[in-house]
Design a protein around this ligand. Sequence first.
Ligand SMILES: NC(=O)c1ccc[n+]([C@@H]2O[C@H](COP(=O)([O-])OP(=O)(O)OC[C@H]3O[C@@H](n4cnc5c(N)ncnc54)[C@H](OP(=O)(O)O)[C@@H]3O)[C@@H](O)[C@H]2O)c1
Length: 213
Amino acid sequence: MSGATRFRQCGSVLVTGASRGIGLQMVESLAGGGFSPGKIIATTRNPGGAQKLQDLALKHPNIHITTLDVLSQESIDKCAEEAFLPLLKAAASRGGAGGSGSMSIQRAAVINMSSVLGSVECNWGESANIKWFPYRTSKSALNMVSRCMAADLEPDGILCMAIHPGWVRTDMGGSQAPLSPEESTSSMLSVIGGLSEEHHGSFLSFTGEVLPW
Ligand SMILES: NC(=O)c1ccc[n+]([C@@H]2O[C@H](COP(=O)([O-])OP(=O)(O)OC[C@H]3O[C@@H](n4cnc5c(N)ncnc54)[C@H](OP(=O)(O)O)[C@@H]3O)[C@@H](O)[C@H]2O)c1
């Protein structure tokens, strides 16, 4: 997991949807992997009900739990007061690891959790049998948002990209999925850790493979 070791040089990492599934596994792997960033901000809609996350935070004092419901503007505004764009810009202005000025997660990055089901080009043949129209549409929209963000934040040196975690055994992925949350997360952290300028505005699989939009 070579790329993942670069998380050690990150000041803060914010993980949304950290109560369960891939988000919770991200927090667990980051906190316990021997490459823990300075601070892990873990967001959940209901901190009181996120028992596994609370247990992790007791074990790892660099985990800070905060409330975020992405469907509530009030909740987004409250959470944004503690973080988000001004912090990313401030981090990016410091130039990243060694002040190199190149794009990386050690400088500032936005990683959007997408899905290959959001790829318009891949929605053909066998894949087209998965008729999750609203889900596919929401992920296509997220992919577009990722490209828009990449264009907007490029002058600030903030790396933006979208990643597909694979088909993962979570509440959403179901029990038939081939990947455990650990396998998916371990591979994604390695890919994310190795991101550089050339991956800005990209759509990658958890293996690092370039996916068509
Ligand atoms: N599993 C897969 O095979 C797979 C494949 C491709 C892409 N993905 C993507 O990976 C991401 C995580 O999926 P998962 O499999 O880990 O799903 P999951 O186990 O069902 O977990 C979903 C997470 O999203 C949070 N969430 C739901 N609605 C929210 C809202 N309005 N505001 C903030 N958080 C909210 C949930 O929090 P609560 O506990 O508060 O409900 C929970 O932490 C998703 O974006 C999914 O589309 C998953």
